[in-house]
Design a protein around this ligand. Sequence first.
Ligand code: ATP
Ligand code: MG
Length: 805
Amino acid sequence: MASREEQEAEALRRFLGIGLAETTAKDSVKNAKKRQALLEVISEAGVEDGCPKAMGALLNSVATKCPAKALEHRKVVARYVKEEKIKTNAQLDGALDYLKSLGTASLDLSELEAASGVGVVVSVEEIKAAVAQIIQEKKETLLEERYQLNLNVLIGQVTRTLKFADGGCVRSEFQQQVEDLLGPKTEEDVKAAGMKKPKKAKAPKEKSTNGEKNNEDSSQKNGSSEEESWRTADPFAFLPKPEDNHQVHTTVNFSDGTVMHVSNTEEQLRAHLSETGGKVITRFPPEPNGYLHIGHCKAMFVDFGMAAQYDGHCFLRFDDTNPEAEKMEYIEHIQEIVGWMGWTPWKVTYSSDYFDQLYELALKLISSGHAYVCHQTADEIKDSRQERQPSPWRDRPVEESLRLFKDMKNGLVEEGAATLRMRMDHKNENYNMFDLIAYRVKFAPHPHAGDKWCIYPSYDYTHCIVDALENISHSLCTLEFESRRASYYWLLEVLGLYKPHVMEYSRLNLTHNVLSKRKLKALVDEGHVRGWDDPRMYTISGLRRRGYTPAAINTFIREMGITRSDNEVPVHRLEHHVRMDLDAASPRVMAVLRPLQVIITNLPDDHYEEVVAQRFPGRKGDTYKVPFSKIVYIEATDFREVDSKDYYGLAPGKAIMLRYAYPLQYVDHKKNDDGVVTQVMCTYDAEFHSAQKNKKPPKGVLNWVGQPAPGVRPMRIEARLYDVLFKDPSPSELRDAWRDGLNEASEETLKGAMGCPELRKAKVGDRFQFERLGYFCVDRDTSADVLVVNRTVTLRESFPKFGKA
Ligand code: ATP
Ligand code: MG
């Protein structure tokens, strides 16, 4: 029998394994009743070895919410969660309500499934219609109160009618329709929102820089802010307002109980203000060690966006302190892609521009006793850090360190033989106060600074100093840097430099993706994709090649809001935004992905006419022509040998409508030796248009293309269709085995697709809606012979194949 400690440790392991936050997991272990219930649910679901976080959260709800009198049925619900039949809180609530209502009756699976919406797919059209209805009902109030109206209440009404609709899509649709009605937010709206909800707009309190404490703060915030942030009028509401600009008051705690009070002196403030005129100054600081990804779009939105919002300036700063990983290719790419995303840097700088000043400051740091040259190896540093033991060189004379540091700079010290370390607080419970490395010897040329240096400063040493030298007023970074606040302020304080505000926000993660340059580089280097701009990658260049627009990406980020809550956002939420954007801006055109030949038997061989098609629905006069002749092509998937009631395609005995042209009536079809249908014979109704008033067109309206001249094949298209790159919803959770989550079938290439002559004018990067097939973007692999297109996104959201897509 395991001891109580062992049992509790095992319970904690399981709770963390299903992705519960540490505090929740620990609380659940402490509460015996809760622990028992959750352990049972975990084994009922069969996830003793862990599961994705979202699933874990649902299982946790099963454990806490299952009605006591229905415990015998709990395992069914737990299994449904495991099998991803139940994937949302709304579904789970439906299931638990059903269990509650059961009384003594026995469980009926089909009733349970109906109550919890298993397999229900709510289409975008249904969402659009439901949203339109509520907006219509509330139109007057909306026009009056504009963005001050609590939209969450209205959204709640939609989600009550469309119980199992995706919450994110409902919100996005809501925002879109509200914006269509009211126009974009005006300054007045933003101001009014700030006045109405002072709490939201208020700057967060200054707090201690001690890492551990801050983490607690962030977990407290998580619960409440997420929901609010979705529709906040000001996505930067959580950031300090510019008027608080210069009042940094924070502390750094030391292990001996002393406290360093950190704030800007009057002189520092005066110098800062005379340089900046009090403007908001931010920086976007990518390391040029790879291509940027969609997570960086969030960082740019925060850095450039905040500067723009307050009429300030934002630097693009290449944080280039690690020459071995960095390349000119990446520098050039980053500069270009920042512009493509719509941001204009105030200045482009490099951390390496400051290498001279950084070196001088290092000498100053040594001279004041705040740094020393150390000869410990990386492993020794790691061990002594574990044991919180000081380096044996920590107290060596200043003169010796100065001499050795100069030797390092002059190339007299071997790589790995010495580092410069900051003399911080080796016993501090925050590891980032453990005498961090400031400089390393590296005999490597630098992509920007050339071969001038053989010592390179570390991120921790460089970042804060360059922030101060560039007079950054707000240094915004992602949460993993929070525990480095202490060292950030410590260094600026001991060097007597200006101290910016530091604020953290959560990283963006997308389901079915890895967002780390290191992993993205591995995908490229190992040939899992065809390059950094492979359209399956969520690099910005991949998204661009696939047909995403900067507007869609930025709207997606704005909608998400900038908060400290961890977010792993379903990838289809991004797709929703691009769909909305492309719907408005992409001309429609006729194409066929998997062509099936149709011979129109009542047309002469040399018949040729052109029918008129609309480029945009409802925009009369904006038209193009589609050839119609004896041979046309429809989608192979639009023909079936056996008809059925709910099927609107072509089948024996049936008629369909060729979009913008004529009805076709089935006559016969041919198959090859393998039983594959190769040709369909039909007749067309030449009188249809003249007699249209009396005739009802067939229900099924198909996309098609016709031969542009007798005997000439329609334009050749190679269509590349994409699915998620990872079938695992959270590949990073697989840790080192993240590659196992790859989806082998993430790309399908259809080389035999066809298009109408309108597409001949298409240039690389042009975007179209292929009628009924989705949004497509012309790829740079296009040649004179073949138009290569990438499918950006399908027309409608379909039920994800792999869990939470
Ligand atoms: P990666 O792990 O992808 O290399 P990084 O943080 O090392 O990411 P940098 O080039 O150093 O990337 O980042 C530039 C800025 O972008 C930093 O402020 C960083 O915090 C931010 N950033 C990076 N990834 C994300 C993300 N997924 N979401 C939000 N911001 C991000
Ligand atoms: Mg990095």
